[in-house]
Design a protein around this ligand. Structure first.
Ligand code: AOS
Ligand code: ZN
Ligand code: ZN
Ligand code: ZN
Length: 424
């Protein structure tokens, strides 16, 4: 993307932005907040875009395409490049194998590098059957009763690691659909044991500086039981594998009203929170735009994350990823909304006076504790986000700029109205 076009479009927002930013920044400074440091942290916070979120997703009832979708890996990287140019916070892409197997590694790497994009966690796929595959995952993959199926799934994960390694990725995310739809269909202990043994074998294949993320999910596609159903099971499996294995928290993978911020805290205390899939949900794994349904919960989760990042050196810096699906919005606009919501929650969490909160907790001043969180939450931090983007050469108003530059129209012109995102 042409940087000058972004700088040019910033001109019309600059004066209003400067006024609101100065006002907020003065206010925060008088409260003893280090605005420069907050801006630095916001600029450093980079979120990986999943390759599968760049096209329109769909539901089991149908899929309505979105014109100008990226039809190959190179175009997916270009889409992330657009997001990154505008927001300066999407400097990574997370690939899904086999949907995104590169045909030419050098071209793909070059394409990413020229747009300042790095390759984040690679995702394996043993929840679908591939045309060329000998064995079927209909009744499970790493936990399947049949050894040949497990072997095929293990082998696939090892290949995903090799592909990621060639691109410069440093982690593998494993999400399993394994489970049962009806009571009695499988033996809980047997499938869990198989899953553990299979994961250990994949773990053996990890390069020295890699991590393995184990995702959990309570239900779907199986509706009676899922083998890795909750953070406890993931945590147990990660411990069984070794120090390079971690739990991955997907915000949509909890039963209603689960206290996710508490899960995050526990995992960080134990040094086992490896990665994050951001999204939002009302009912289940809805994969909606981040912050669109429960922004206060997102803030509370970020509050736990900020605390953990400052106080838990035993926990590595987590891998941040979005895991979303779009049925009715322009995927790029939706992702910009998600990135904004993530940064907003992070900025608000950075405003929490941790020392003051500890003091109020020690004094058992429950009202003050709550006030401290809510004061931070109720602050309109958007001027900080805009300033952070401005400092890095991004757009003051990413979505408005995307629209005024008619980027989707350009993509349709280049790719055609009927292009369908590869892998979907
Ligand atoms: C599935 O529910 C999980 O959230 C996965 O992380 C992810 O959505 C999938 O791997 C993409 O197809
Ligand atoms: Zn996920
Ligand atoms: Zn999910
Ligand atoms: Zn999800």
């Amino acid at each position: 993307m042409d940087k000058n076009k972004i700088l040019d479009s910033n001109k019309k927002y600059l004066q209003t932005h400067t006024e609101t930013f100065d006002f907020l920044s003065n206010q925060l400074c008088s409260q003893g907040r280090d605005v420069t440091n907050i801006l630095k942290k916001l600029s450093q916070f980079q979120v990986a875009i999943p390759s599968w979120a760049l096209g329109a997703g769909g539901t089991r009832f149908g899929r309505f395409g979105f014109q100008g979708e990226p039809s190959n890996l190179e175009e997916k990287i270009d889409d992330v490049g657009i997001l990154h140019s505008l927001t300066q916070t999407a400097g990574a892409i997370s690939l899904h194998i086999p949907w995104d197997v590169p045909t030419d590694y050098d071209t793909v790497k070059e394409r990413a590098k020229s747009q300042n994009i790095v390759f984040d966690a690679v995702n394996s796929n043993t929840f679908q059957d591939q045309k060329t595959a000998k064995e079927s995952y209909k009744y499970g993959s790493l936990g399947n009763m049949t050894k040949a199926v497990r072997e095929q799934a293990i082998q696939h994960n090892k290949e995903v690691i090799d592909i990621g390694n060639k691109l410069g990725s440093k982690s593998l995310t494993v999400w399993l659909a394994d489970g049962a739809s009806f009571p009695g269909q499988s033996n809980f202990q047997t499938v869990l044991q198989h899953t553990e043994t299979s994961l250990k074998s994949i773990y053996e294949h990890l390069p020295q500086d890699w991590k393995m993320f184990i995702e959990y999910k309570p239900y779907e596609p199986n509706f009676y039981s899922t083998v890795i159903q909750d953070w406890g099971t993931s945590f147990m499996l990660a411990n069984a594998c070794g120090e390079k294995a971690y739990t991955l928290v997907d915000l949509g993978h909890h039963l209603p009203n689960t206290n996710i911020e508490q899960i995050v805290s526990t995992l960080m205390m134990k040094g086992k929170l490896g990665g994050f899939h951001f999204n939002d949900s009302k009912y289940g794994d809805d994969d909606l735009t981040v912050g669109s349904i429960k922004p206060y919960t997102l803030f509370l989760i970020f509050n736990a994350l900020v605390y953990g990042m400052e106080n838990n050196p035993q926990n590595p810096y987590p891998a941040w990823m979005i895991d979303a699906s779009h049925n009715i919005k322009d995927p790029l606009e939706d992702l910009m909304q998600s990135l904004e919501a993530i940064q907003e929650a992070y900025a608000k969490a950075l405003l929490v006076d941790q020392k003051g909160l500890l003091k109020a907790q020690q004094e058992n001043d429950v009202v003050r504790c709550q006030e401290m969180l809510q004061n931070a939450y109720r602050t309109d931090v958007r001027p900080l986000l805009r300033q952070a983007r401005l400092n890095s050469g991004g757009a003051i108003q990413p979505i408005a700029t995307y629209r005024s530059l008619k980027i989707r129209k350009e993509l349709i012109k280049k790719r055609g109205a009927n292009s369908v995102a590869s892998g979907l």
